[in-house]
Design a binder for this molecule. Structure first.
Ligand SMILES: Nc1ncnc2c1ncn2[C@@H]1O[C@H](COP(=O)(O)OP(=O)(O)OP(=O)(O)O)[C@@H](O)[C@H]1O
Ligand SMILES: [Mg+2]
Length: 256
């Protein structure tokens, strides 16, 4: 089992789209996938067509109740398992402030139910744009953190500050820095801003070695797939978005 978190400090760069599309692509390659939504906005949960208002148990139960077992919180969504999120998770963050070992709750959950989680080839975790305690749980429990960026639009700053903060946290916690990738999303070939962004990343000392060769273009089918609750590889398998995520997923498998 490999756990991978998608993050950055800027909103709307495509973290959720990347999680959803990569999950679908991994499934199409025959992999057993679990997605975990730890963003209180619960966009990934909506993409899967799950709804926490319908009495579903969610990731909140994992953080707030030590007795929660994985079977209680996992829902199956067309062959991909999901631990959903809920807007109520915002309150959990506040409760965790005084909780001993607060950054290790998710990692301990994986370890306590090791046999259960080892049945998955990949666990993909979608985070919100912050370095919250909830997100730190995701990053600590992961083998790799992938930074998701929007070509242009000040996205670089969001990832560079993320890298600084995470480096400081890993040093204090005496753990390995596990940032293993930098993905460029929402690329528009004809714009100078997009091309300049790619050029800047390819030459950037802190980024060039993390950069994936695959660059994901703006493709409306990616957004449509989400409203239809079907990952891009099933919704529009020949669309540029689907082909890009196929290439990205192959690179990801090799790297993690
Ligand atoms: N390559 C793309 N082409 C077209 N639309 C995209 C692409 N990537 C993302 N989108 C759309 O852009 C919007 C924002 O993407 P997404 O929700 O994945 O960003 P995010 O980083 O998860 O945002 P947040 O920081 O709020 O969690 C969504 O409506 C999504 O469908
Ligand atoms: Mg999101």
């Amino acid at each position: 089992m490999k756990a991978i978190s998608f993050g950055t400090l800027k909103g709307g760069t495509g973290k959720t789209t990347t999680t959803f599309s990569t999950a679908g692509t991994l499934k199409s390659m025959g992999k057993n996938v679990l997605c975990i939504d730890i963003d209180p906005q619960a966009n990934l949960t909506s993409n899967f067509g799950a709804n926490s208002d319908e009495g579903l148990k969610t990731i909140l139960d994992v953080f707030e109740d030590d007795e929660t077992s994985p079977e209680k919180v996992i829902v199956s969504c067309n062959g991909i398992d999901l631990i959903p999120s809920t807007i109520k998770l915002t309150g959990t963050e506040m409760q965790l402030v005084n909780y001993p070992g607060r950054e290790y709750i998710l990692k301990n959950f994986f370890e306590d139910y090791k046999d259960f989680f080892n049945r998955y080839d990949y666990i993909l975790i979608d985070t919100n744009p912050s370095m919250s305690i909830l997100n730190q749980n995701a990053f600590i429990a992961s083998d790799a953190i992938i930074l998701v960026n929007e070509a242009g639009a000040n996205s670089l700053g969001g990832s560079l500050i993320f890298m600084d903060l995470w480096e400081g946290i890993t040093k204090r916690l005496r753990i390995q820095n596990n940032i293993k990738g930098f993905l460029i999303n929402r690329f528009i070939k004809r714009t100078k801003m997009s091309n300049d962004f790619v050029e800047c990343c390819r030459n950037h000392d802190r980024i060039k070695d993390l950069l994936f060769n695959t660059i994901v273009p703006v493709n409306v089918k990616l957004a449509e797939a989400e409203t239809e609750n079907v990952p891009i590889n099933e919704y529009a398998p020949t669309a540029t978005g689907a082909l890009s995520f196929k290439e990205f997923t192959k690179e990801l498998i090799e790297r993690v």
